[in-house]
Write a protein that binds this ligand. Structure first.
Ligand code: PLP
Ligand code: TYF
Length: 408
């Protein structure tokens, strides 16, 4: 039956892990996939997650299905985590205007939002995504039946935000168009708008009545605090409460900030006009989710429930996020120091220090990336490196390899 099926190209990011695993060089370095590693280059189970696992092992009484939109306790705790730290968020909660559903990590949550928008949003089925963006964004949204096009985001000359291009592209968008925005730690560039730039973005978004989808996959990795990283969300909440912006959507993932990658736990939230609309929208959200996967998995969400509701474990989680975020900052500094001071590399590497989160968009060109891969340093062809793959024992080899391909 499948004789005419052509082999698909390997996934750009996950394909690198396969190449890396097959490489027999003991000094190989994997800067491909965005997954946290500790100072020994090993995956890390967060102590808060370990503690929650222990509580769960003692207290779990069943493995029943959870409701279609997820565990009610989980959804309440997510609303509290996201909307109880600012006045506008509290107001939205009080007014019954926040609808939250458990999703299958960030990817599944965004897909459900995409399906919902395609089915129920009459104004547009087009989503503007940043240029560049996480490769999976376009596929997720298009498989949900939406079309996508790019807005200017990154200035390849300055390795910084193309503010003028971005504002200009939003200003010339069709009114009502959907726009995907990375809440923080933009993937792949590590470049986020500053707070004043967010104000300008929100102004244009409001004027044009664009419908924003905030994708928050790295909450906590920008500032080191999951709460401080909500600063952008607070602005969106306030814009809605002030009547400037009519609506926005949010997808959120615990893959990175709880290290729950394979547990597939996250959420999606919508703002409604009030309790009656919340009930209506929820009933349709159930109709979207039911034929996709019936109901979400429960192990990861039970861990999240424990972490967000047990004071001591919650404090441990805040510390764990700080540890991950601090280590990434340290590795940025270490690589910068090696390149500039040990190898005297002539290029400007300030963006290594200025960009935020798990990734640095190095500016390395495709042929330089190819030569790095020949030296067993794995990174995506766009020059993105996952800072998490750097640790004290490999940074010298890494700096040396980068120095060689950029100077010869
Ligand atoms: N959005 C962005 C920008 C990401 O980088 C990722 C993960 O790399 C995700 C969403 C969702 O990932 P997951 O489905 O593993 O939560
Ligand atoms: O490194 C990245 O940008 C991501 C990582 O199911 C990833 O693509 C890998 C698998 C997955 C989701 C995200």
């Amino acid at each position: 039956a499948w004789a005419s099926v052509q082999a698909a190209p390997a996934d750009k990011i996950l394909g690198l892990t396969v190449l890396y695993n097959n490489d027999t060089n003991p000094s190989k370095i994997n800067l491909g996939v965005g997954a946290y590693r500790d100072n020994d280059g090993k995956p890390w189970i967060l102590p808060s997650v370990k503690a929650a696992e222990q509580v769960l092992a003692k207290t779990e009484t069943n493995k029943e299905y959870v409701p279609i939109v997820g565990s009610p306790k989980f959804n309440e705790l997510i609303k509290k985590m996201l909307y109880s730290h600012d006045e506008a968020g509290k107001k939205l909660l009080e007014d019954g205007r926040v609808l939250t559903a458990q999703g299958i990590s960030g990817t599944g949550s965004l897909r459900v939002l995409g399906e919902f928008v395609r089915t129920f949003y009459p104004k547009s089925n087009k989503v503007l995504v940043p240029n560049p963006t996480w490769a999976n964004h376009v596929a997720i949204l298009e498989k949900a039946g939406l079309t996508t096009s790019k807005y200017s985001y990154y200035d390849y000359k300055t390795n910084a935000l193309d503010e003028a291009g971005l504002l200009n592209d939003l200003a010339s968008a069709e009114p009502g168009t959907v726009i995907l925005l990375h809440a923080c730690c933009h993937n792949p560039t590590g470049v986020d708008p500053e707070l004043e730039q967010w104000d300008k973005i929100l102004d244009v978004v409001s004027q044009k009545q664009l419908l924003p989808i905030l994708d928050m996959a790295y909450q906590g990795f920008r500032s080191g605090s999951p709460i401080d990283d909500l600063a952008i969300l607070f602005k969106f909440n306030k814009a809605v409460v002030d009547g400037k912006l009519s609506n926005f959507l949010l997808s959120q993932s615990f893959a990175k900030n709880m290290g729950l990658y394979g547990e597939r736990v996250g959420s999606l939230s919508l703002i409604t006009a009030g309790p009656e609309e919340t009930t209506r929208v929820k009933s349709q959200l159930e109709k979207v989710i039911r034929p996709l996967y019936s109901s979400p998995p429960s192990h990861g969400s039970k861990l999240v429930e424990i972490i967000l509701s047990d004071d001591a474990i919650y404090q441990q989680w805040l510390e764990d996020v700080r540890v991950m975020s601090d280590r990434l900052v340290e590795m940025r500094k270490l690589l910068h120091d090696k390149l500039k001071n040990t190898y005297k590399n002539p290029l400007n590497w300030d963006h290594l220090l200025n960009q935020k989160g798990m990734f640095c968009y190095t500016g390395l060109k495709e042929d330089q990336v190819k030569r790095l891969i020949e030296k067993s340093v794995y990174l995506t062809s766009d020059g993105r490196i996952s800072i998490a793959g750097i640790y004290p024992a490999n940074v010298d080899n890494l700096a040396k390899a980068i120095h060689e391909v950029t100077t010869n």
